[in-house]
Design a protein around this ligand. Sequence first.
Ligand SMILES: *[C@@H]1O[C@H](CO)[C@@H](O)[C@H](O)[C@H]1NC(C)=O
Ligand SMILES: *[C@@H]1O[C@H](CO)[C@@H](O)[C@H](O)[C@H]1NC(C)=O
Ligand SMILES: *[C@@H]1O[C@H](CO)[C@@H](O)[C@H](O)[C@H]1NC(C)=O
Ligand SMILES: *[C@@H]1O[C@H](CO)[C@@H](O)[C@H](O)[C@H]1NC(C)=O
Length: 467
Amino acid sequence: MKTLLFFLLLLSLCFTNDIKVTQSAQYTGDRLTQKDEINFSNKAENNLKIQIDPTKTYQNITGFGGAFTEACAVNFLKLSSDLQNEIFSQYFHNIGYSLCRVHINSCDFSESSYSFDDTVNDYSLSSWSLNNGHDPKTLIPLIKKALTFNPNLQIYGSPWSPPAWMKGNNEMCHSSYPGLKADSRIHQAWALYFSKWISAYKQSGIPIWGLTIQNEPEFAAPWEACIYTPDQEADFLAQYLGPQIKHDHPEIKIMIYDHNKDHLETWANTIFSRSDASKFADGVAFHWYSGSQFENVKNVYDNWGDKFFLLATEACVCPATGFQDWNRGEQYGYDIIGDLNSGSVGWVDWNMCLNMQGGPNHLGNNCGSPVMVDADSNPQTITFTTPFYYMGQISKFLKPGSTILDTQIINGDENLIAVTGQTLDKKIVVVVQNQNDSERNFDLVYRNKIANISMPQHSITSFVFDA
Ligand SMILES: *[C@@H]1O[C@H](CO)[C@@H](O)[C@H](O)[C@H]1NC(C)=O
Ligand SMILES: *[C@@H]1O[C@H](CO)[C@@H](O)[C@H](O)[C@H]1NC(C)=O
Ligand SMILES: *[C@@H]1O[C@H](CO)[C@@H](O)[C@H](O)[C@H]1NC(C)=O
Ligand SMILES: *[C@@H]1O[C@H](CO)[C@@H](O)[C@H](O)[C@H]1NC(C)=O
């Protein structure tokens, strides 16, 4: 009798390994919708297979999130507190945002250009003040509200431009080559400026986790910009920014580059090879606007991933028209899955909410956002767009600390993609995106277990089961 009970217990241990299923699918009402559980069997059904190898492990996840911008703040702060709470409980509670970005000084998604010290040649920054009519009214209340939803948010700052007086072209928009004036007092003052910004945010109750040195250092944009070559950025890090931050805020993570994947390898190879600069660097940040280029991410991971982390720090789809297109969500899913499979420790979206025109943006560079806000209509409305669901299908389940595992797709094609991670509480998370115009049936294979899965056309599904 005892043996029989033991046997039954063993049997049930083998076969109660049910799979929890959450799905978003076009042409259905499914939006992060929990579906019926699926049971593993041990019988192969399909030629198409998604096979997990839990013995091959890669990077750990730091987190997912979006950016606090002035544009987001002015839209958000006009909303009723119910709608504000709805947006932030969706981002921070439902889909688990934990890693967010904020701009230092203005960016294009600000109402106008501004800095915290416009006193020309104030090398000691004695006039530096957070009270410039912007951050205390916009970003600070927005982020403090976010911290009530997730008190452990990891926040990194990125400047688009130093104050005009530090730049060769004497304005915040556009850039000379290089952007900063060739004057060591200016470089020293700009390094000190980062440190003062971190201190001022800390004093406002907002802890800062990291920095990128310059947003898009190759782009002399029509909006706030500042050009560096890889060696110029390495010089600034080695001689000014690195020593200043190490001395004042040693816990801060410093990321180099923060621009498109096309030149990721050149920047990583140049700066990480220079010991004077790389000793102050923790990671490399990149954007998606030059295309998916996952092989560039993978090459940097293979060459440098043991010493430096890789993080996708900005993405969005522009313009704002068509923000409900399903394809926009698929673009997010495709890039997030590809980056995670190539070594990225997370993925951070751009503006967390924009108005119905995709702004405000002081240069009209309007874009879509996962949450589009109409604060001026009566009643006010908020709209969750397809990028929200595609991001959420991944960020909700691949919690910080998860380890990316090897995923092989057998007999597949470019329209079926997948990423797998193991969470700290020993769950396996497999996220599969079907970009095909038809339903796909496949075997999900984990160790000696097989599940017969069917996914509808244009869908993304998260499968969660015990490791
Ligand atoms: C999965 O197995 C459980 C028993 O472990 C059973 O109750 C359930 O009906 C099964 N589900 C399916 C979809 O077969
Ligand atoms: C991932 O995290 C685990 C602890 O959860 C740790 O043992 C392992 O070394 C980490 N791996 C990497 C690549 O950082
Ligand atoms: C779509 O799926 C079908 C099978 O379900 C497959 O034959 C076809 O090659 C796929 N199309 C593309 C473009 O991947
Ligand atoms: C596998 O899934 C497909 C699609 O849902 C279904 O037609 C087929 O009957 C399933 N096979 C088994 C053995 O359940």
